[in-house]
Write a protein that binds this ligand. Structure first.
Ligand code: SF4
Ligand code: SF4
Length: 423
């Protein structure tokens, strides 16, 4: 990685602690990613992004800030990036996916909080992630209790705006979410000094839809019997989608898809014939959480679909691009986002229907229902998910894990046995 020490110092980061993170990440990446065989050549871009993870994109964001742009950081796929880009600002994902940040979160949060929240809070308070230092404003949401309370703590350290997400999907809830998006627009306008106009919003809706279209295109390759790209690689791309420049990300992902088109024509697969096709459902996998994909793909399985926020929930369903007035545009934004089936909603039967549909589309042999430890929402919903899948004869394994490596051996045994049973 190039030398970004001065930049990190200017951001007020704890350089000594941050060095420890910089030391472990390259080895973990080499072990999990660079050890794979026959990777598409165009993965080089994403490998580069990871090798410069705390350098190149943060430097771009700082440059943009120098030119007067504001950066908004968010933690959930319900926050509409279209509004932020429509105000000529930049949206970036902030979810923490490393155990490295968890102890920092545990200094202020109960231990029995999900690791994603603990890592996100720790990354900010320990001053060990440039993205968490750069964001001018954080956007939270009222999706789960752990997050709601964490926002109060983070809000003492950084400007924080919280969107109130309805927890049901009645007509009045769609209306309430549209109002919430309007309030968010007003806040972003005030903070940036820029107006979101019907024209700028039309452009940003297209910008984010284009990113979704590229991710959909990428995902479709995994429906082939010959799988031209590993699940690990697609996970990495999904994780990078949250913070990369959207225009460049879309270009690079489409370039990769062009290469995958050729692979499909030539019948290339990165997995041996007969490898079991796994759908992973459940809680999100923030970067650099590659643990479960790595276990599955080194135990005779291939992850071909993630019914997750770092997966189909992020890119399925586009925003209607045909609307011209601001009010109508906000309505279609609300509709698109309310179509996400997160476990924070009740009832959430559509999520089960989604999983069943994805099992067919991706020709799944088995489902692994993953829960991040202490996520009550997905843990509880797991009972219904697993029961309904079993009713349909779909093999399913429920697992719970955190960001540590302490359960890797145990998970390897359980996942290996599950995959073997799929024969
Ligand atoms: S799981 Fe729900 S709360 Fe978490 S990022 Fe996804 S949509 Fe947001
Ligand atoms: S995984 Fe569950 S507990 Fe953690 S942030 Fe998402 S919804 Fe909340």
């Amino acid at each position: 990685m190039a030398d970004y020490k001065e930049m990190w110092k200017d951001l007020g980061m704890d350089l000594e602690t941050h060095d420890q993170l910089c030391e472990v990440l390259p080895q973990a990446f080499t072990d999990v990613y660079l050890s794979q065989e026959n990777r598409p050549e165009n993965m080089a871009y994403y490998d580069f992004v990871v090798s410069e993870i705390h350098g190149v994109r943060p430097a771009e964001l700082i440059e943009a800030q120098k030119k007067g742009k504001k950066v908004f950081g968010s933690f959930c796929i319900f926050v509409p990036d279209e509004i932020v880009f429509g105000a000529d600002a930049i949206a970036t994902g902030l979810c923490g996916g490393s155990q490295f940040w968890v102890p920092g979160g545990e200094k202020v949060l109960p231990t029995n909080t999900c690791p994603l929240i603990k890592a996100s809070v720790g990354a900010r308070l320990d001053k060990t992630c440039p993205f968490f230092r750069i964001a001018d404003m954080y956007i939270g949401e009222t999706t789960c209790d752990g997050k709601k309370k964490a926002w109060e703590i983070l809000g003492e350290d950084v400007p924080m705006y919280v969107m109130d997400l309805p927890q049901m999907k009645r007509r009045k809830d769609y209306k309430a979410w549209a109002e919430e998006i309007t309030d968010f627009k007003n806040t972003v306008e005030e903070f940036t000094g820029n107006k979101v106009t019907a024209d700028s919003l039309k452009n940003s809706i297209k910008l984010i839809n284009d990113k979704r279209r590229a991710l959909q295109r990428l995902s479709n390759f995994r429906k082939n019997i010959n799988i031209p790209i590993s699940g690990k690689d697609v996970l990495l791309i999904s994780q990078i989608a949250f913070y990369d420049d959207p225009t460049r990300f879309t270009q690079m992902t489409n370039a990769l898809c062009d290469e995958l088109d050729k692979r499909v024509e030539e019948g290339v697969s990165v997995f041996p014939k007969g490898t079991k096709r796994i759908l992973l459902a459940g809680t999100p996998l923030a970067i650099p959480n590659w643990k479960i994909h790595n276990i599955i793909e080194t135990s005779g399985g291939a992850v071909v679909c993630e019914e997750m926020c770092t997966g189909t929930r992020y890119f399925e369903n586009l925003v209607d691009e045909s609307k011209d007035g601001l009010e109508d545009q906000i309505d279609v934004l609300a509709q698109r986002y309310m179509g996400i089936n997160c476990a924070c909603f009740t009832p959430n039967n559509d999520r089960i229907e989604d999983i069943k549909r994805l099992c067919k589309e991706y020709k799944i042999d088995g489902v692994i229902d993953l829960n991040l430890k202490f996520c009550n929402l997905y843990d509880t919903e797991g009972f219904l998910v697993e029961r309904e899948l079993k009713k349909d004869g779909i093999p399913v394994l429920g697992i719970e894990t955190d960001y540590t490596d302490s359960d890797v051996q145990q998970l390897r045994t359980r996942i290996g046995a599950f995959i073997e049973m799929l024969d």
